[in-house]
Design a protein around this ligand. Structure first.
Ligand code: FAD
Length: 387
């Protein structure tokens, strides 16, 4: 069988790429080794915002992605529990953290967004459950939340309706090239050959392994995150919130000297889901592909949650899970073609931002694949920047 494009990996990113390519009338085959939300798309938070993004190109992508989110539910034709403009907060415990967040906010505002520093009293008018002894808060009134599994499946259903062929439980084992080194297709674990002049690697934390099949050495590795889920409670909070340590651990781990913090990278990220449960993260750990929960992390996450939201002491934790963020050394995803292997494209390495950036990744990459260039330059995300 011959296709225009073959996509390797059907998590939220692969499904988004498939959806946007099929909108452009491409004949697409999506190959998924397991099932669609068995990667990190099925073990994640659903924060869709830009106040957690690295200033610069990453932030620009988040702003554009949020714009796409506004009409996505209608476009895809099913509910993804998207809540627009619930707002986002980052919580400072002391003046040092306030100064650090203020500096990040100054840079983030260069992308034309409304991000302000507000007092704890102002913040408690928005979120009354916040601990009163906090120093202050970074507040972004825009930004929302979504149910990531529902969004992954909604992209998949819409892509299928638009003609994308999907094969689950069929991993890719080889990427084939011609004598000039150009991509000609893939071989799957049952030995079948599928032909296409263009192949997209969207295999999340497994992208380095898949990249090797084409002779690439990609610096993507799994960074484990553990999360707690509470019982459903009445309306508890409206915003999504993180503690100030969240961005530091995410973007600047080298600045942290405390070995206890570095060990599991525990910082708070919390929001309430549509069914009333609270999703409370998280950690950033190097644990290979291990997706187990540890008691140490569960305790650390619960402690941080209580520090910022004391009323949680009466709420039961009912479940814990862990997922793998596809980490890159500069906290930016790899999106676009590579000069090393003509016909090969990357949409991988979104670390903790893949849910927020899924729509814009699919849109811009489909433009590059079909038109040869995208409406926003993908240069900062070039897979070749590490060579
Ligand atoms: C604890 C935690 C909290 C997070 N919170 C947020 C958040 O609030 N907001 C946000 O934006 N992001 C968040 N993220 C990040 C987000 O979940 C990821 O960036 C995103 O899910 C990555 O999607 P993906 O499609 O690239 O990877 P995955 O969902 O992992 O999909 C990759 C797929 O490729 C498949 N695959 C692998 N090898 C092969 C092969 N050889 N052949 C075929 N298929 C293959 C896998 O089976 C898998 O299904 C969080 C992540 C974690 C772990």
């Amino acid at each position: 069988m011959k296709y225009d494009v073959i996509i390797v990996g059907g998590g939220i990113i692969g499904c988004s790429v498939a959806y946007y390519l099929s909108k452009r009338n491409q004949k697409v085959l999506l190959l998924e080794k397991r099932d669609h939300a068995q990667g990190s798309a099925g073990a994640t938070d659903g924060v869709v915002s830009y106040h957690t993004k690295k200033p610069g190109a990453q932030m620009d992508l988040a702003v554009q992605s949020l714009k796409l989110y506004e009409t996505l539910e209608k476009e895809l034709g099913e509910s993804v529990e998207f809540v627009p403009d619930c707002g986002g907060m980052q919580l400072a415990e002391n003046k040092d953290q306030w100064d650090m967040l203020s500096k990040i906010a100054d840079k983030q505002r260069e992308s034309g967004v409304d991000i302000r520093m507000i007092s704890i009293d102002e913040a408690r008018e928005i979120e009354p459950q916040l601990a009163p002894d906090l120093y202050g808060v970074l507040y972004a009134p825009c930004g929302g939340k979504v149910e990531p599994i529902k969004l992954t499946m909604a992209f998949l259903h819409a892509a299928k309706r638009q003609g994308v062929e999907v094969k689950n439980h069929l991993g890719v084992t080889e990427i084939k090239k011609d004598s000039a080194g150009k991509v000609i297709g893939v071989v799957t674990e049952d030995g079948s050959f599928y032909e296409a002049p263009k192949v997209v690697i969207s295999s999340g934390s497994w992208s380095a392994e898949v990249g090797k099949m084409a002779g690439l050495d990609l610096p993507i590795k799994p960074r484990r995150g553990q999360l707690l889920v509470t019982e459903a409670v009445g309306p508890f909070m409206h915003c999504t919130a993180q503690c100030a340590l969240y961005n530091v651990i995410k973007f600047m781990p080298e600045t942290i000297k405390d070995p206890k913090i570095l060990h599991i990278g525990a910082s708070l990220s919390i929001h309430q889901t549509e069914n009333g449960g609270l999703l409370i993260g998280g950690t950033r750990e190097w644990a290979g592909f291990d997706r187990f929960n540890s008691l140490e992390a569960v305790e650390a996450i619960a402690h941080r949650a209580l520090r910022f939201f004391p009323a949680l002491k009466n709420v039961s934790v009912i479940r814990a899970f862990a997922g793998l963020r596809p980490y890159t050394p500069d906290s930016k995803a790899l999106i676009g073609g590579t000069k090393k292997v003509p016909g090969l494209y990357l949409a991988a390495g979104h670390e903790g931002d893949g849910i927020a950036l899924a729509p814009i990744t699919g849109k811009l990459l489909s433009e590059e694949i079909v038109d040869g260039r995208s409406s926003y330059s993908l240069e900062p995300f070039s897979p070749d920047r590490f060579s």
